[in-house]
Design a protein around this ligand. Structure first.
Ligand SMILES: Nc1ncnc2c1ncn2[C@@H]1O[C@H](COP(=O)(O)OP(=O)(O)O)[C@@H](O)[C@H]1O
Ligand SMILES: [Mg+2]
Length: 276
C-alpha cells in the first residue's frame, strides 16, 4: 500500500460516489410557499441503481431535474464524482444525462437518428471526423440493440420502443457516469418495457454506468434498482435496499403505495420474491 499523496487522491476519486444530492430543496415561485422538494439527500455509488418512487406530485421529477442541472435548487448541492456539479449545462451533461418518458418531445422530428447522434458527438467533442462519427453512431445504435439502418429514419418512423432506445443511445454519447431515467419505460407496452429494462440492465453491466431510476411503478423499481427512496410530498419518507423496502416497508406511506398496486399478477416474473 503506497502512501504517496497523488495515489491517495486517485483512490479517493475512484471511491467517490458517482452522484450525491445534499439537502436539496426546491420552492417554485408562485406556489404560495409550497415546497416541491424538501431536504432530499442521497448517494449513488458508482455502478449502482437507485430508485426514486412515490405518487404523482411527490417531487421525483424535480429531484431528477436538479440532479441534471435542468432546475436550480433553492438550496442544497449536487456532487458528481466527488466534486460540485458544474453549473455549465454542456460540461454537466458529460457526466450526467437524462432520459425522459416521452422521447418524442426531446427528438427533432425533422432530423434523422444518425444526424442527431452525429450532432451530439460533435457537441461533446467526442470526435469531429465525419466518418468516425458515423462509425461511432453505428456502434451506439448497436449498443442499444438497434440496426444500423435506423440511422436514416426520423422519429416519426420509429416505434415507441425504438424511440426510447434512440433516446438511450443519445444519452450515452458523452459516456456519462450517471443516467437519470424519469419514467423512461412508463409509456411502453409491458413486453417492450421488459425488453428496454433488459437492455438497461445489460448496459449497466457493460459500461459501469450508474442509474437514478424515477418511477411511480414499484414493479419497475423492483426489477432495475438496488436501493430505493420513497418520496411523499417532497420529502424522503423511507430509504433502503429495494427488496427490503418493498417486502417489509417501515413507513405507512410506503405500505399504502404497495397496497395500491393490483394484488394478483402484478409482480414481475423472475423477481426474487413477492412482497405481498
Ligand atoms: N415548473 C414548476 N412550477 C411550479 N410548480 C411545479 C413545477 N414543476 C413541478 N411543480 C410542482 O412541484 C411538485 C412536484 O412535482 P414533480 O417533481 O413533477 O412530481 P412527480 O415527478 O413526483 O410527479 C408538484 O406539486 C408540482 O405541481
Ligand atoms: Mg414526474
Amino acid at each position: 500500500m503506497t502512501t504517496e499523496p497523488h495515489a491517495n487522491a486517485d483512490a479517493a476519486h475512484r471511491l467517490a460516489p458517482a452522484a450525491e444530492a445534499r439537502h436539496l430543496c426546491k420552492v417554485f415561485p408562485g406556489r404560495q410557499g409550497a415546497i416541491a422538494v424538501d431536504d432530499v439527500s442521497f448517494v449513488v455509488p458508482t455502478g449502482a441503481s437507485l430508485g426514486i418512487v412515490g405518487e404523482s406530485g411527490s417531487g421525483k421529477t424535480t429531484v431528477a431535474r436538479m440532479l441534471t442541472g435542468l432546475e436550480r435548487p433553492t438550496s442544497g448541492e449536487v456532487f458528481l464524482s466527488g466534486a460540485p456539479a458544474p453549473a455549465d449545462r454542456v460540461r454537466r451533461a458529460r457526466t450526467i444525462q437524462m432520459v425522459f418518458q416521452d422521447p418524442y418531445a426531446s427528438l427533432d422530428p425533422r432530423q434523422t437518428v444518425g444526424a442527431g447522434l452525429t450532432e451530439l458527438l460533435r457537441l461533446h467533442e467526442v470526435d469531429r471526423d465525419r466518418d468516425r462519427c458515423r462509425e461511432r453512431a453505428a456502434e451506439l445504435l448497436d449498443q442499444v440493440g438497434l440496426d444500423d439502418r435506423i440511422a436514416g429514419s426520423r422519429p416519426g418512423q420509429l416505434s415507441g420502443g425504438q424511440r426510447q432506445r434512440v433516446a438511450i443511445a443519445r444519452a450515452l454519447v458523452p459516456q456519462p457516469a450517471v443516467l437519470v431515467l424519469d419514467e423512461a419505460v412508463s409509456a411502453l407496452d409491458v413486453s417492450v418495457q421488459a425488453q428496454v429494462l433488459g437492455l438497461l440492465a445489460d448496459l449497466r453491466e457493460q459500461l459501469a454506468v450508474s442509474y437514478v431510476f424515477v418511477t411511480h411503478d414499484l414493479a419497475v423499481a423492483q426489477q432495475i434498482t438496488d436501493e430505493v427512496l420513497v418520496m411523499h410530498r417532497g420529502r424522503v419518507v423511507e430509504q433502503g435496499p429495494t427488496d427490503r423496502v418493498l417486502s417489509t416497508p417501515e413507513h405507512p406511506y410506503t405500505r399504502g403505495l404497495l397496497d395500491a398496486v393490483p394484488r394478483a399478477g402484478w409482480w414481475p416474473r423472475g423477481a426474487a420474491a413477492s412482497p405481498l
